[in-house]
Ligand binder design. Structure first.
Ligand SMILES: NC(=O)c1ccc[n+]([C@@H]2O[C@H](COP(=O)([O-])OP(=O)(O)OC[C@H]3O[C@@H](n4cnc5c(N)ncnc54)[C@H](OP(=O)(O)O)[C@@H]3O)[C@@H](O)[C@H]2O)c1
Length: 452
């Protein structure tokens, strides 16, 4: 018998703590599984457009005979529809597939935009095609906020797979706190900083893959001998122990199963003692593992989403894709070249420099450009700080206030582009000013020329 615990979201919506997952539940299986789950007593169903089985989920709901109003339906915006002008159409498609007029909770599935288009999984050169031109997660989040305010299509909005920094980004920019962050969560993936941040902000965590999915072939926590041993001692199934572990922390837990006996036992939750909880934590810490790391998928997503060590080499990073790809690396190389190759010459340390470089104009322009690039770099670094980000946001908001062209607004609302523009603008200004100074006649600067 389920404990029937309910958690209240930040907008007052009441949601049952134990939900039912539907990922990797094939069409044909999922209809029966959902109907069974609803008959057993689940009233919280987790879906997503990309699971490509929402029509069958709807059939399962119809077959169960449970009225729609009694069910909390969660679904997610897919990555190929992150551009604000595509979001509502993606939601409409989900609504039609689920045969409902509204969702209870609508989440941004990943903070990663894919190339827009019909293809849910666009691939080129063996990798997922990431939309580096997309305006960014703030713009997508703003569109979800608009939809939640202006329509009756969603009762609450949230996110999924968002790190602390991605959450901070959207909250700082909009002041609107997501109701939910759905993340991979089991004893082998304990994230104290993220858990604490969500608690502090009132964001409810939904623990997905609570049994430890093995999509990337890693060992699952449910198969751990220690967890099996604890379960045996408690007279429970290992899955029940893991579900109780998530529930003890106040998380929603959404195990998936298409097996009737498991659908029933997973819903039969219980309270874990503090001592058992700590013992499971110990097992988890010793077996740390993240199943859902996009850079390890096949084909991979070449992006750093969670800042795991094995993601560091990815060329793109969430919400700063352009800056990380071009800004930091390219600017570092340019600054290095300027400092190493040109500054010594300017200071007259290299007496035999070719004649053409002894021109007065160049002797002014080189330091001018050096200073300019250093200023650009400083601007970039400042733009990453909290106050820098706020200043840029304020400038962007001011621009939005005067821009009446919708497409311009959409284009300019990308936070990555905003930072780039701030940096490029400052750099251009200094280049112009100091470049002009380079053409003002300068007093002769003595040049050391080696005598023949
Ligand atoms: N937001 C996201 O990016 C994201 C990512 C992953 C998952 N999710 C959501 O979270 C849900 C759950 O996560 P998940 O599907 O990855 O993994 P999970 O629920 O941790 O594990 C599902 C697997 O465990 C098996 N299983 C279920 N109950 C069991 C039991 N009592 N004993 C032994 N094995 C059991 C299932 O097999 P059978 O089905 O054959 O019984 C299935 O193979 C998903 O379905 C989806 O709704 C969201």
């Amino acid at each position: 018998m389920s404990l029937g615990r309910i958690i209240t979201l930040n907008n007052g919506l009441k949601v049952p703590q134990i939900g039912f997952g539907t990922w990797q539940a094939a069409p044909g299986e999922v209809e029966k599984a959902v109907a069974t789950a609803l008959k057993v007593g689940y009233r919280h169903i987790d879906c997503a457009l990309v699971y490509e089985n929402q029509n069958e989920v709807a059939d399962g709901i119809a077959e169960s005979g449970v009225p729609r109003e009694e069910i909390i339906l969660v679904s997610k915006l897919w990555n190929n529809s992150h551009r604000p002008e595509l979001v509502e159409a993606d939601l409409d498609l989900t609504l039609s597939q689920l045969q409902t007029k509204y969702l209870d909770v609508y989440l941004i599935h990943w903070p990663v935009p894919f190339k827009p288009g019909k293809d849910l999984q666009p691939v080129a050169d063996g990798k997922k095609v990431i939309d580096t031109e997309a305006p960014g997660i703030v713009a997508t989040w703003k569109e979800l906020i608009r939809i939640s305010k202006e329509t009756d299509k969603v009762r609450a909005i949230g996110v999924s797979n968002f790190s602390k920094s991605a959450l901070e980004k959207i909250i700082d920019a909009t002041g609107v706190v997501p109701a939910m962050n759905q993340i991979e969560c089991h004893p082998s993936l304990i994230q104290p900083e993220l858990f604490e941040f969500c608690k502090e902000k009132g964001i409810k965590i939904t623990a997905y893959s609570p049994l430890g999915n093995n999509i990337t072939g890693k060992p699952r926590i449910i198969d751990s001998p220690e967890v099996k041993e604890i379960a045996k001692r408690l007279g429970k199934e290992p899955a029940q122990v893991l579900i109780a572990w998530g529930a003890k922390q106040g998380f929603f837990v959404i195990p998936k199963s298409v097996t009737e006996s498991r659908i029933k036992s997973n819903f039969d939750d219980f309270e874990l003692s503090d001592a058992d909880f700590e013992e499971i934590n110990k097992v988890g810490r010793a077996t740390r593992s993240r199943a859902n790391a996009p850079c390890e998928y096949n084909p991979p997503w070449a992006i750093n989403v969670f800042d795991e060590p094995y993601e560091q080499s990815q060329p793109l990073k969430v919400w700063r894709t352009l800056l990380t790809a071009f800004g930091s690396h390219v600017l570092t190389i340019i600054i290095f070249l300027y400092l190493v190759l040109f500054l010594p010459w300017f200071r007259g340390y290299i007496p035999n420099y070719p004649r053409w470089q002894q021109s007065r104009r160049l002797r002014v322009l080189v330091p001018v450009l050096t200073v300019t690039i250093l200023l650009g770099w400083t601007c970039y670094v400042v733009s990453l700080s909290h106050s820098g980000k706020r200043a840029i946001q304020a400038a962007k908001d001011a621009f939005h206030a005067v821009a009446d062209d919708n497409s311009a607004k959409t284009k300019l609302s990308g936070e990555g582009m905003g930072v780039m523009r701030a940096m490029a603008g400052t750099t251009a200004l200094y280049t112009l000013t100091l470049g002009v100074l380079g053409f003002i006649p300068y007093p002769d600067v003595p040049v050391r020329v080696k005598k023949a």
